[in-house]
Design a protein around this ligand. Structure first.
Ligand code: KMH
Ligand code: ZN
Length: 287
């Protein structure tokens, strides 16, 4: 066994892109006081998570009553404030809340974020339905191409992967020229969050695509560990889990990022810098 540094470098896998999904649209601030909902809280979260190893932030915003909103002015201010206050790639959610209308979800791109989420199909979402019909997906995708906003394809189930193939075949490559996906696992109604499902889903992705994975709730750690060992990237954050360990609430998004970064480091897949993530995803630097 050799221990020289070249051999160690070769043994190490590529760096890990860590995305923090800080807020989401589902948790109530009153039930989860640590949830960042104001602009100040979001910027502080971005700074802390950048220091802890995140390279991208997936953003849902809230209104003055801490309720989910897609208000265009607030979205623009949020993009600007996050760019001014951190070096993270700013990815706005186009999923919003399950009640958000299609026109408002399309208009998210008017805030000109670095990137956006783009969910590739409808899925039962607990007791609700997260609606993403083919016509909407296509319209949103064309808009990302026109605006040069780099999409991340959110895949909650296997049919979404089939739709991603169809989208790329019919409409060509995304802005940035690189296909990056996020497997969202463990949603009640979507694919389960376990290693066997993850490996199968990864095998079905388009050739050359990179991917991250996130597990909702108690599937968070199993999915994180499976993603790292399968060569993927990570998404963590309070959008997806508000429990750090059994009986212990998450105190901040940064502690979820720090845990992910520490495990990635242990796996010789250290956290990727925002600059490296920009180059991987084809995201221009607007700073
Ligand atoms: N809040 C969910 C209904 C996304 O951000 O694009 C959808 C969601 C996906 O969170
Ligand atoms: Zn989201």
């Amino acid at each position: 066994m050799t221990t020289d540094s070249a051999a160690t470098a070769k043994a190490a896998g590529p760096a890990t892109l860590i995305t923090v999904a800080s807020t989401g649209a589902e948790s109530e601030k009153s039930a989860v006081p640590a949830l960042p909902v104001t602009l100040d809280e979001l910027v502080t979260t971005a700074k802390e998570c950048s220091a802890a190893g995140a390279a991208m932030i997936h953003v849902h915003i809230r209104d003055a009553d801490a309720q989910p909103t897609l208000d265009p002015g607030r979205l623009r201010d949020t993009v600007q404030a996050l760019r001014d206050g951190s070096d993270l790639i700013v990815q706005l959610s186009t999923g919003g809340a399950v009640t958000d209308p299609y026109d408002q979800r399309l208009a998210v791109l008017d805030a000109r974020p670095d990137g956006c989420s783009l969910t590739c199909g409808t899925v039962n979402f607990g007791d609700a339905v997260f609606l993403n019909p083919w016509g909407f997906i296509k319209e949103l995708y064309v808009r990302t191409q026109e605006y040069g906003v780099v999409p991340e394809f959110e895949l909650f189930d296997f049919g979404h992967i089939a739709t991603l193939h169809r989208l790329l075949a019919e409409l060509g490559p995304p802005a940035g020229g690189h296909v990056h996906c996020d497997l969202v696992m463990g949603v009640p109604g979507g694919m389960p969050g376990n290693a066997a499902t993850l490996v199968q889903a990864v095998g079905a992705l388009p050739a050359g695509a990179t991917w991250s994975a996130t597990g909702i709730g108690r599937t968070s750690l199993p999915v994180l560990l499976a993603a790292l060992s399968a060569g993927g990237h990570l998404r963590v954050g309070m959008e997806d889990t508000v429990t750090f360990a059994r009986g212990r609430a998450v105190r901040s998004n940064a502690e979820l990022v720090a845990r992910a970064a520490a495990i990635a480091e242990l796996a010789q897949r250290p956290a990727m810098s925002p600059a490296a993530a920009r180059s991987l995803l084809g995201v221009p630097d607007h700073h």
